[in-house]
Write a protein of this length. Structure first.
Length: 295
């Protein structure tokens, strides 16, 4: 009994498979390269509960190449490629303190230009449907990296528009500046806020511009009333769902490993909050995701 209790308390133990969805949906943002097991195993578990499509997202050049390769191998995988907002200053300025776990020397302008050229090359591939995750992150990068983040963000916007791809936004503690840059540059026709973290007023602003908002595990956390209010304020035809796995595992499994197969947990919590049937919400999300990514 004690051994079983210890096993159940182990934060590394994956949550159980939820009941399958009757209407298949997509995980609009995941990182299979950071999850345990093989991609084939992760995709099979997801499909077994009705998560039949995933968008694999790159955060640097190697990860973006991996995403593109995986999408070329699996029909149910679509790729997004980019330099994460924290990656641009890391490339340019280096990381001598190894705060990122990747001790690097400064690469300067030449290194950043070379990395963006690789993202541009990958974005042209037919099985790459989006440029992202790009945007601004003021949580991890200090003031010295802000201008580099903004430059990288602007260049990703240009790449997405030139190739006719969706844009996937990473916005952490930078809401006003993210929107300002999008409006200054002219957002791509299909723009997606990954792991939406703004309030209801911002959700209404995004909806006015036709942008999509993707909700992840935090919408299920008990204290996140403002995020659920934002969900309520979002038009149903602009709502997406994601895991951002292995991060942001939904309640009641918070702190344990996340994976695409847990999408039904978040979807059911969202449906309950919106007073919608899960099939109705899943049908809308499936259509929205296909429209947002263009597949």
């Amino acid at each position: 009994m004690a051994a079983n209790a210890k096993k159940n308390d182990d934060r590394s133990t994956p949550p159980p498979l939820p009941e399958p969805l009757a209407v298949p949906v997509a995980d609009s943002h995941t990182h299979l390269d950071m999850q345990s097991g093989t991609p084939a195993e992760g995709l099979a578990r997801a499909a077994s509960v009705g998560v039949t499509t995933v968008v694999q997202v790159g955060c640097d050049v190697p990860g973006s190449q991996w995403a593109a390769d995986l999408a070329a191998e699996y029909e149910q995988v679509h790729a997004a490629v980019a330099l994460h907002p924290n990656e641009a200053p890391r490339i340019f300025l280096g990381d001598p303190d190894s705060w990122s776990g990747q001790r690097r020397s400064p690469g300067g302008r030449a290194a950043l230009d070379a990395a963006l050229a690789e993202i541009d090359r990958l974005a042209a591939l037919p099985h790459v449907l989006a440029v992202g995750e790009t945007g601004l992150d003021y949580f991890r990068t200090g003031p010295e990296g802000v201008d580099l983040q903004k430059e990288s963000f602007r260049r990703h916007i240009e790449i997405a528009k030139r190739h006719g791809k969706a844009l996937v936004i990473h916005d952490r503690e930078a809401h006003e500046d993210v929107i300002a840059v999008l409006l200054e540059e002219g957002a791509p026709e299909r723009t997606i806020f990954h792991c939406y973290s703004g309030d209801a007023a911002m959700a209404r602003t995004c909806a006015e511009h036709g942008w999509y908002l993707s909700f992840a595990g935090p919408v299920t956390y008990k204290a996140n009333h403002p995020l659920r209010e934002a969900l309520t304020a979002t038009p149903l035809d602009r709502v997406l769902i994601e895991t951002d796995a292995p991060f942001l595992t939904p309640h009641p499994y918070r702190g344990r490993p996340n994976a695409p197969y847990l999408i039904p947990v978040t979807l059911r919590a969202m449906a309950a909050h919106l007073a919608l049937g899960e099939d109705e919400l899943a049908t809308a999300i499936a259509a929205n995701t296909a429209r947002a990514f263009g597949y």
